[in-house]
Write a protein that binds this ligand. Structure first.
Ligand code: AMP
Ligand code: MG
Length: 276
């Protein structure tokens, strides 16, 4: 299945998360074959990232959004591992610092945008400013409601400057979230990740759904599309995201840059005499 077509939010399409099954496993996928496919895709992603870096013309920005335990960290661990740390960067956006909060909301975001040749993953992003900021009234409605258009313009500018943008919403069910919290509590290595706020945020679940639906509906564009990734099954989430990134990078038709020197001439000058 072509997940790039199947999971994309069509521009101006009104998303209803309630009608998208978080437990979707693709058509005819099973865990073992999906993991094998993902492994091959991840290897290919390494080659494509190398080309992007070598070309030094374009960049890739991947935005990961989702509620707590939706799998943002796991996606990075599983899907990005084939990429060379030289040329790849992950940035996790937390509650804005005093300095960050004293600027416009895109200030800290723009500073982390990828340079030419670079792949950058945003673990949370500027979308928090129309999600948590809206759900918890961190700013008044007249402020957050204007941000959708501002975001579209900002992303459009990045795309014009050569950045390819892919945005993934990791869609999990409320039951799966609770199950993952419990697993974390029971795992001495992962307990540290749990906070009481994770549980109290569950009360705002319907508000987050509304906020996500509006963000997805208003900011999925041809230039910077959103994908709703069913994420109750981690193996499906990894497969779908890896495939979408691979297909997108593949479609750029990137080529290894031509050498800047005359290879034959250099060989003749510096190699033949010594090696003959
Ligand atoms: P975590 O991803 O679990 O490390 O948590 C990061 C926290 O930072 C989450 O609770 C986010 O909602 C919060 N956060 C990220 N960006 C913003 C923002 N722009 N405004 C307020 N809170 C934010
Ligand atoms: Mg958290």
């Amino acid at each position: 299945m072509d997940y790039r077509k199947g999971l994309v939010v069509r521009p101006s399409h009104k998303v209803k998360l309630g009608s998208i099954d978080p437990g979707f496993k693709g058509s005819g996928e099973d865990k073992a074959s999906a993991e094998a496919k993902t492994a091959r895709l991840v290897e290919k992603l390494g080659d494509l990232q190398y080309l992007l870096y070598a070309e030094n013309r374009r960049s890739l920005l991947i935005c990961l959004q989702g509620l707590d335990a939706a799998g943002k960290d796991g996606t990075i661990r599983h899907v990005m591992t084939g990429m060379n740390p030289q040329g790849t960067r992950v940035h996790a956006f937390k509650v804005p610092s005093t300095l960050e909060a004293s600027h416009d909301f895109l200030w800290r975001i723009h500073a982390q945008a990828p340079a030419r040749g670079e792949v950058v993953v945003f673990n949370r992003s500027h979308y928090e400013d129309v999600l948590v900021a809206r759900v918890h009234s961190l700013v008044p409605k007249k402020v957050w409601s204007k941000r959708y258009d501002v975001i579209n313009e900002f992303e459009n500018d990045l795309v014009e400057a050569g950045t390819v943008i892919l945005k993934f919403f990791l869609h999990i069910s409320k039951d799966e979230q609770l199950r993952r919290f419990k697993q974390r509590l029971d795992d001495p290595k992962r307990r540290w990740k749990i906070s009481e706020a994770d549980y109290s945020e569950r009360k705002s679940w319907p508000d987050y759904v509304k906020a996500y639906e509006e963000a997805l509906s208003r900011t999925s564009t041809d230039a910077a599309p959103w994908f709703v990734v069913p994420a109750d099954h981690k193996w499906f989430r990894n497969l779908a995201i890896a495939q979408i990134i691979r297909d997108t990078l593949d479609s750029l038709g990137m080529k290894t840059p031509a050498p800047t020197v005359d290879i034959a001439e250099i060989k003749r000058k510096y190699h033949s005499a010594a090696e003959d």
